[in-house]
Design a protein around this ligand. Structure first.
Ligand code: SF4
Ligand code: SF4
Length: 208
């Protein structure tokens, strides 16, 4: 368990709803849920979730902190916005789900083996490097994310698509030698580093 996780757990002891309200994007909306189930019924990912949004919100109120933050559920959200369009109480469900996922990751308790958790980290690392996503490198990183054997197998399976992309110039030598970057990469990094500093400063309020 990470230090920050322990500090937050102690600070909000037995009041996970308050913790979510204070730390999760749009978390203050959770208390408005009336458990009608429309979001769960509208979600295209419904059959695949461990806990649909309605259940997650109920679990937050029931103080099931570890079960919620360690769940893979929020990492299944595809941001289709079906739930937001239909919620009779107007809850920003999509944002709350992503907020919970982000908070769990920040505390170091998001499920590390969940493919979408791995993907989000790879996407971020790729984007951070040059300010633009290098699709070739991102694709390869994903193929090899579960080991060399699986990476080779997937690459061979996808070679037809790769050749098609090459022929239609969707993949060019530029991507192979590093890819395009944004013009002011220093400025881009300065913005992201500042945002990280602000987050760390917020987290430091709870230390000691
Ligand atoms: S649709 Fe809205 S009010 Fe109904 S269960 Fe989902 S979040 Fe709660
Ligand atoms: S935005 Fe996410 S939670 Fe909402 S319906 Fe779509 S997949 Fe489900």
């Amino acid at each position: 368990m990470s230090d920050l996780n322990t500090q937050m757990k102690e600070r909000y002891r037995n009041n996970f709803l308050r913790e979510v309200t204070a730390n999760v994007e749009e978390g203050e909306w959770v208390r408005m849920c009336m458990q009608c189930g429309v979001c769960a019924g509208s979600c295209p990912m419904g059959p695949h979730w461990e806990h649909p949004p309605q259940e997650i919100f109920m679990m937050i109120r029931a103080n099931k902190r570890d079960e919620v933050l360690g769940s893979s559920s929020m990492w299944f959200c595809t941001s289709c916005y079906n739930c937001i369009a239909r919620c009779p109480r107007g809850l920003p469900i999509t944002h709350i789900m992503h907020g919970l996922a982000h908070y769990g990751k920040r505390l170091g308790i998001a499920p590390k083996e969940q493919p979408t958790v791995k993907f989000s980290q790879k996407f971020w690392d790729n984007l951070y490097k040059k300010g633009r996503v290098n699709e070739l490198k991102l694709g390869l990183a994903l193929y090899f994310m579960n080991g060399i054997g699986e990476g080779i197998k997937t690459s061979l399976k996808m070679q037809k698509i790769g050749l098609g992309m090459w022929k239609t110039k969707r993949m060019t030598p530029v991507e192979m030698v590093g890819g395009h970057g944004c013009k002011d990469i220093k400025g881009f990094h300065a913005i992201l580093d500042k945002a990280r500093q602000i987050e760390e400063a917020k987290a430091a309020q709870f230390s000691g």
